[in-house]
Design a protein around this ligand. Structure first.
Ligand code: DAH
Length: 341
């Protein structure tokens, strides 16, 4: 008995389901759709049909032809995709149960020093604040008693942006916002990245880190400043650090100082590292200028305060004996991953 169209359809799909290689798909195409193919053959039988049925039958056979063609095409595409997947899987093999052969990462020396100093100040009741790297002229200069055309602005080679803002040249730029945020009494440190348009050498970088600190309360004096700096630095260097103050000028403090620490290498006797003075310059500081307190909304009748601008980059170099500041921003893992904690 001649096979019906529907039976042929089912037979084709069954064989296609079982086919699993490129040649098998091609065989099926020839077997069903070739010149002597089984579906094509159905058209040849049309002559036996009554003329009014031929049109409908022809359309059905053509629809089956199209269906068979599409089905074979789809299977070929699927087979290609699977082949590709297998190829990728063969080149990238992951065995999540294998122990790692990669060495552990390490913290950047500046991060290490920063965290250490943060911890020490936090234990003395200071809050740790974050502040923007892009600031405006008011916060970086004006609010710090550095009016326009003040010669102190020459000390800072500022990167100005086209919109009039600038990259902060010192962490002092956050003082005003933090005073306004908390009011007095206040103890805060705020580490940050600073930028100055300097030509670089072993001691200078255009990008470096500072940590600013301010303490504002009733009766704050220079002895508070000395006490906090000495305690913090003795912790960082793990020895009893001696400090001394020399006068220094900064428009936002009055009086202003340069704080030196006793040289650890020679114990204060004098050596090439400290240029035979026995002291190393570490941190500018001073008593906050009343204009700066006022700009920050602090009552200057009641409160006084100290501020310091610790060079975190410099501190990291001293602590780890790093000779060239450029190593710190180099991304050179051979030099940076020595500092695994
Ligand atoms: N902002 C100053 C600078 O980077 C450093 C500084 C000096 C900060 C004295 C202070 C300070 O808080 O009291 O040049």
């Amino acid at each position: 008995m001649a096979i019906t169209l529907e039976e042929l359809r089912q037979q084709f799909h069954e064989q296609l389901r079982q086919a699993n290689a490129a040649e098998a798909f091609e065989d099926l195409r020839v077997r069903y759709l070739g010149k002597k193919g089984e579906i094509t053959g159905l058209l040849r039988n049309m002559g036996a049909l009554a003329p009014e049925k031929r049109k409908e039958y022809g359309a059905k056979v053509n629809a089956l032809k199209e269906e068979a063609e599409m089905s074979i095409k789809k299977r070929i595409e699927e087979a290609h995709a699977r082949e590709l997947e297998l190829k990728i899987a063969a080149t990238e093999r992951y065995d999540l149960t294998l122990p790692s052969t990669l060495s552990e990462g390490s913290y950047h020396p500046i991060t290490l020093v920063q965290r250490e100093v943060e911890q020490i100040f936090a234990s003395m009741g200071f809050t740790i604040e974050d502040y923007d790297e892009i600031v405006d002229d008011y916060h970086c200069f004006e609010a710090l008693n550095i009016p326009k055309h003040h010669p102190a602005r020459d000390m800072q080679d500022t990167y100005y942006l086209s919109n009039g803002q600038l990259l902060k040249t010192h962490t002092s730029a956050a003082q005003n916002a933090i005073m306004r945020k908390y009011g007095a009494p206040l103890r805060a440190i705020f580490p940050g990245r600073c930028f100055r348009n300097e030509s670089t050498d072993a001691c200078h970088e255009n990008t470096f880190f500072q940590m600013e600190g301010i303490m504002i309360d009733e009766n704050i004096s220079i002895s508070n400043l000395i006490y906090f700096m000495k305690t913090m630095l003795s912790e960082v260097f793990q020895r009893d650090v001696k400090v001394r103050l020399r006068p220094g000028f900064f428009p936002f403090v009055e009086p202003g100082f340069e704080l030196d620490i006793s040289c650890a290498i020679c114990g204060g006797k004098g050596c090439p590292s400290c240029k035979n003075s026995g002291w190393l310059e570490l941190c500018p500081c001073g008593m906050i200028h009343p204009n700066v307190l006022k700009a920050g909304g602090i009552d200057t009748e009641k409160y006084t305060g100290f501020a310091f601008g610790l060079g975190l980059t410099r501190l990291a170099m001293m602590k780890y004996g790093i000779k060239d500041i450029r190593d710190l921003n180099s991304g050179n893992l051979r030099s940076l991953n020595q500092f695994v904690k």
